[in-house]
Design a protein around this ligand. Sequence first.
Ligand SMILES: NC(=O)c1ccc[n+]([C@@H]2O[C@H](COP(=O)([O-])OP(=O)(O)OC[C@H]3O[C@@H](n4cnc5c(N)ncnc54)[C@H](O)[C@@H]3O)[C@@H](O)[C@H]2O)c1
Length: 326
Amino acid sequence: MRIVITGGAGFLGHKLAVEILDRDTLTDQHGAKQKVTELVIFDRAAPTVPLADDRVQVVTGDLGDPDAVKLALGGPTDTIFHLAAVVSGEAEADHELGLKVNLDGTRALLDFAGRSGRKPKFIFASSLAVYGGPRARIIDDFTTPTPKSSYGTQKLVCEFLVDDYDRRGLIDGRSLRFPTVAVRPGKANAANSSFISSVVREPVAGRATVCPVSRDVPVALISPNRLVAAVLSCHEVSSDIYGWPRAMVLPAIQVTVADFLEALEARKGPRIRDLVSFAIDPAIEPMVKGWPASVSSDRARALGIATDGGPGEFIEQYLADIGQKS
Ligand SMILES: NC(=O)c1ccc[n+]([C@@H]2O[C@H](COP(=O)([O-])OP(=O)(O)OC[C@H]3O[C@@H](n4cnc5c(N)ncnc54)[C@H](O)[C@@H]3O)[C@@H](O)[C@H]2O)c1
């Protein structure tokens, strides 16, 4: 089975690749369990942590470059996990770039996948950013998407394209609306939600950080391991069981910065709090307060997708990821 992960050098793409290699078999587009024989990491950046595995092939190139896409998808591909994207803050700051990568790039990939004639599984990393505005604080399977950002709009348009390519029998398309994933290791990225990882990652590294949002504002979160497990659960089921519409909300739990600081203190002692100060950003806080806070999905639950157990689980997972004991 040949699998392509676009954005495979990124935070979630890398985690997904590691898990796929570890599982060794996945269910193909015909419902058959197949060995993973080739895993293509397609990204404009080279992976910072290379995967030492004979099944891995790295294709470095831009989604907007048809030759690079051809190289990645040129082989007989069974599944495409499409994670490459310009993230929220960058897509808002650079409208043209967001349209080029998030919209035109996804369309090019869908065309290529459709033309292959193999009806590959196409798993699209969408986002809760497809919801916005005052009515979008409580989300379930029936909430109408009303994006309030260019990034959310681009994700929603692509969900519609995935639905339509699926309806036309060109792909087996599935769009998953990811909640914010924390804790992100390494450097902060250009996502507007990056503060929620910074308030854990920075103090754990002994560095000070300034949080732009009040400590009691709830954010809908999922941990990286749960997210990867959820993506693979959605990949593994048959098209009928996955159901319609082809976009699905992934569930999340509500966490505040105060919850994270409490969970951190329980593991690292009270002085860790001294490294987090607050300077409320009038551009960021209202935006965060407009994001979905309560997210549930009966569809996801029916597929066995579970939420994280509580704030402590995020901290434990992060400490394990960076090789620290709690
Ligand atoms: N991390 C989250 O909290 C979160 C939440 C909701 C949705 N998502 C979505 O999940 C996906 C993965 O997120 P992530 O956190 O791993 O992001 P990331 O920024 O760590 O990874 C994205 C990868 O895409 C690559 N990329 C960007 N533009 C490209 C282009 N033109 N051509 C080829 N590669 C390109 C980047 O180099 C990067 O490695 C994205 O689609 C994102 O929108 C993430």
